[in-house]
Write a protein that binds this ligand. Structure first.
Ligand code: ZN
Length: 369
């Protein structure tokens, strides 16, 4: 009894600190709206097979499941994922923000099927998709990802472990203190909060590395789970390491962060390319009109979700071009983008990660023309 009391107190303390550190994420990520957005799509089950609050799992096709996060209820998963179940084997998608999140999805998988999992695929290396991967390592499940993911995790997250938190955040704190107006200060504050959250998540986690690297030059990869054909493909745009899973027979696509639904796209990555990403979305638009997309963040969507995101990229592009033409320096332009009414309800994870990243990359692309 003593042990139970102690461990539940510890669990409480660790949850409490996790929640206070992550408070800023709650309002900054899109909430799921399954019932509203896809009530007329018969492929999406209205009743989840598992619901942990912070994420729920629903059937979205024959042997296809989507794990959709609700960050207003906790941060074990943060991103969306899912799994595919054939007659012989299953494939899991995403390592999520914590091992607990990956464990929740594994429990749901075991509820749905008795076939073994051949692997868990990371859609890309970012923290909210990869920090829970040690769960798979500990359970003998092969971790699949783009062949650059290990290197990117080393450069970005191993480098963040064991270093002084205050030193990492100091330049961001300086930006808050020296902000020349309220808007700039708010943007700097959202970047400071987000970076602090990432730092804390990374330092609470034992990092795991993919043991089945997928060389993009050898993709697409056809995977046979003993039922329907599955294809893993690489597209440019969000992180330079982005993979998607396509199930052509059922017109279902798991996109990772190449699609943000009802949210501003995160454009901070060194290898994020605006023109590349816009081309990728153009390709997604060319697929069947009944295609169902499981985005990296936000509710499951159809082609309307892709169109919304393309419109958003167009708006970012137009505003960047206008400011560039007017001679606004990039250092000011990143704060001067105005969110149009049409996108006011869209979530912004952090100004710098999303909007400033997009504007500075658009400026670089205009300058390179
Ligand atoms: Zn990402």
């Amino acid at each position: 009894m003593t042990f139970v009391a102690l461990s539940s107190r510890r669990q409480f303390l660790s949850d409490a600190s996790r929640f206070s550190a992550l408070y800023a994420l709650a309002g900054a990520l899109p909430l799921p709206a399954f019932a509203k957005s896809l009530s007329d799509d018969p492929r999406v089950s209205q009743t989840p097979i598992a619901d942990a609050g912070y994420a729920s799992v629903r059937k979205i096709g024959d042997g296809l499941y989507a794990t959709i996060s609700d960050t207003s209820k906790g941060f074990a998963t943060i991103c969306n994922g899912g799994f595919l179940v054939g007659k012989d084997a299953g494939l899991l998608l995403e390592g999520f923000g914590t091992p607990r999140g990956a464990g929740f999805q594994m429990d749901s998988f075991l509820k749905a099927t008795q076939v073994p999992a051949v692997g868990a695929l990371l859609s890309h290396y970012h923290f909210d998709h990869s920090l829970g991967s040690s769960f798979y390592g500990a359970n003998g499940i092969q971790l699949w990802a783009h062949s650059s993911v290990s290197k990117r995790i080393m450069e970005n997250y191993v480098a963040m472990q064991g270093v002084d938190r205050a030193a990492v955040l100091a330049p961001l704190e300086k930006r808050v203190q020296t902000a020349k107006n309220d808007a700039v200060r708010q943007h700097a504050q959202s970047d400071l909060a987000a970076t602090g959250n990432v730092f804390d998540l990374v330092n609470k986690t034992s990092l795991a590395f993919p043991n089945r690297p997928l060389d993009p030059s050898k993709l697409p990869l056809n995977v046979d789970l003993g039922h329907f054909p599955i294809v893993i493909e690489h597209y440019p745009g969000h992180s330079g390491t982005d993979l998607i899973i396509r199930v052509p027979d059922q017109k279902v696509v798991y996109t990772g962060d190449l699609v943000f639904n009802r949210a501003y796209p995160a454009c901070f990555d060194d290898q994020c390319t605006m023109s590349g990403w816009r081309n990728t979305l153009k390709t997604f638009s060319s697929w069947d009109k009944d295609t169902l997309f499981v985005p990296g963040h936000g509710p499951v969507c159809g082609q309307d979700g892709i169109q919304n995101l393309r419109d958003l990229f167009d708006d970012l592009g137009l505003q960047a071009e206008k400011m560039h033409k007017a001679g606004v320096p990039v250092s000011d332009a990143v704060d001067q983008y105005v969110i149009p009414d049409k996108f006011k309800s869209f979530a912004v994870f952090a100004w710098g990660f999303c909007i400033a990243g997009a504007i500075s990359k658009l400026y670089a692309e205009i300058g390179a023309k």
